[in-house]
Design a protein around this ligand. Sequence first.
Ligand SMILES: C[S@@+](CC[C@H](N)C(=O)[O-])C[C@H]1O[C@@H](n2cnc3c(N)ncnc32)[C@H](O)[C@@H]1O
Length: 352
Amino acid sequence: MTSLSEQYRPRTTRSLAIVTAMRDSSSAFSPVVAIERLRMAQDRFHEPVLTSEIVELFSSLPAGVVVDATLGGAGHAAAILSVAPQLRVLGIDRDPDAIEEASNRLAPFASRALVAKATFAELDEILEREVSFVNGDPVVGVLMDLGVSSHQLDEASRGFSFRADAPLDMRMDPTSGESAADYLSHVDVHEFARLLRNHGEGRFAGSIAKSVIDRQPRTTSELSEAVERAVPMAARRRGHVATRVFQALRVAVNGEEEQLVDGLNAALDAVSVGGLVAVISYHSGEDRVVKSFFADQQSGGCRCSPELGCVCGAVSRVHVFKASAQLASVGEISGNPRARSARLRIARKVAS
Ligand SMILES: C[S@@+](CC[C@H](N)C(=O)[O-])C[C@H]1O[C@@H](n2cnc3c(N)ncnc32)[C@H](O)[C@@H]1O
């Protein structure tokens, strides 16, 4: 007789991961309850985007180690491990909540997964520290699914969202660095206005920056109020301005721009020739950095005229899969609104 877990035919790679995790779990569990528990736990923490695309891409890799540099709730990592028995995953996240969630979620994969709390800019040191896990195998792929998880946004106490009142913290790692409120206590008003402009805030950037710096908000509600006061009623589209200001502040507090540049370099250094670097970004500023990093690595820094051909001897380090980013399908977006802004870019390393 087939078990319920065998009868349950996964329709998506996410479901497949859930079923595999369930099959690996103790037989004391009811399969139906286990499916529901795993699905609910994963959805509550974070529903990953473009999972089928990521799984298809990574499952084609040869045996070795994949670095999931933004582990979150380990949805991508679990899906990869479920379908690609030749791969092991070294998962990194700077958020202690993600480390706890991912450790539980990856426990059924036992020695095929290792979880480390670090920033992805520190990838090099983590690979050196975890030398016994890597065990001399090549790093065949690196995944970076940028930004914040649903858990970080939904957990009011983290202070990432204007939808709930909480201390204005916004640190992905609450044990290190300064909170958003502390950052606002010393940032120059012109610098803050510039940050807002870089994140798409147009004509009100200056007045929002002045209102925020004058009021020195210590909570998410105080920040929202300071923003509202600077924007005339007619120009307030519900949520829009606050969304941009909260995002810009989060990016600054977590040093996300510097992290991204350092992380991309570390990822490309770590991966072996023939391996992949895949990056999912969620706002145009991030996507621009990824696109131009890959383009530079592909051209090898060559600035020679295309008409005359390359005379500088530049060497391409990567081959970029497609000029345009891959987007989520309409079907995925309808089930997971977060997928709407996702942009996936992929490069294969062709030279060290
Ligand atoms: C979009 S979520 C990743 C979700 C994950 N792919 C999954 O399947 O659940 C982004 C995660 O990256 C982490 N993160 C963002 N920047 C980071 C950095 N510089 N270093 C390490 N982790 C980072 C965040 O803490 C968050 O947990």
